[in-house]
Design a protein around this ligand. Structure first.
Ligand SMILES: [Mg+2]
Ligand SMILES: [Zn+2]
Length: 244
């Protein structure tokens, strides 16, 4: 739907006021929609030699996410496909309030995207009950046809990304929704969200992302469940309408 059409035939301005901007949400998956990080859970569970250093180097940003995650999965033989898929799906827990957030987005016509640094074989099955259109879910893919599990990156960084090794580049997705017309809201918890958070108008954060937002002085709202996110979204919308 064209949001301009709702503005009673007045002249179309290139910049809309903040109250008229259409909200769009970019929501992380691992550690955000699910309570824990599924990649870390998989690698801890199957415990291949050498994973600890790779995780540490990635989290401490000495290694790009794309490199780190790619190297981690290459530690596992592709023959473990069924076990890895079964474990990741049975292990994950969806955070409280996720359906309420989706319902609120539906009512308010907020576009909702899952922007995940996770992998298709657990992201799609775990989201399946929620009916999110496939083209609103961005994640990486796994190839089990070789000797080792190989991660594929269908949404890697474009030339505008300052990071360059995101794997699934959240900034590339966010930049398709220009700040002049959209209020860009990011929900996340960790390193895959750092670059996107710098672009967003509002950040809902947990864990490492909260610390990063404090460090960079980015506006953010800490959350524990999606019920809290919905309450805050409602409150912000109310304040905007009141012109506060
Ligand atoms: Mg995460
Ligand atoms: Zn990127």
């Amino acid at each position: 739907m064209n949001h301009e059409s709702a503005r009673s035939g007045t002249a179309i301005h290139t910049e809309v006021s903040s109250a008229a901007k259409k909200r769009v949400i970019f929501c992380d998956f691992d550690g955000t929609i699910t309570e824990n990080d599924n990649i870390i859970a998989i690698i801890k569970h199957f415990n291949p030699q050498g994973w600890g250093t790779l995780v540490k180097d990635t989290i401490e940003q000495r290694m790009s996410i794309q490199q780190g995650v790619g190297d981690l999965f290459r530690l596992l033989p592709a023959s473990m496909k069924e076990e890895v898929i079964r474990f990741s799906i049975s292990n994950a827990v969806i955070r409280d309030g996720f359906q309420e957030l989706l319902d609120y987005c539906h009512e308010e016509e907020i576009e909702f995207f899952v922007t995940s640094g996770g992998i298709d074989f657990f992201v799609y099955p775990l989201l399946q009950p929620f009916g999110i259109p496939q083209d609103h879910i961005y994640c990486n893919r796994a190839d089990f046809t070789g000797e080792r599990i190989e991660i594929l990156w269908p949404h890697s960084c474009d030339e505008h990304c300052p990071n360059g090794g995101c794997g699934m580049c959240k900034t590339a997705v966010i930049r398709r929704y220009p700040a002049e017309s959209y209020e860009r809201i990011l929900i996340g918890d960790s390193i895959t969200d750092f670059e996107g958070a710098k672009l967003a108008d509002q950040v809902y954060s947990r864990s490492h992302l909260t610390l990063k937002c404090r460090e960079l002085d980015l506006p953010h709202h800490e959350f524990a469940t999606f019920h809290g996110v919905v309450a805050s979204l409602k409150e912000r919308q109310h304040s905007k309408k009141e012109g506060i």
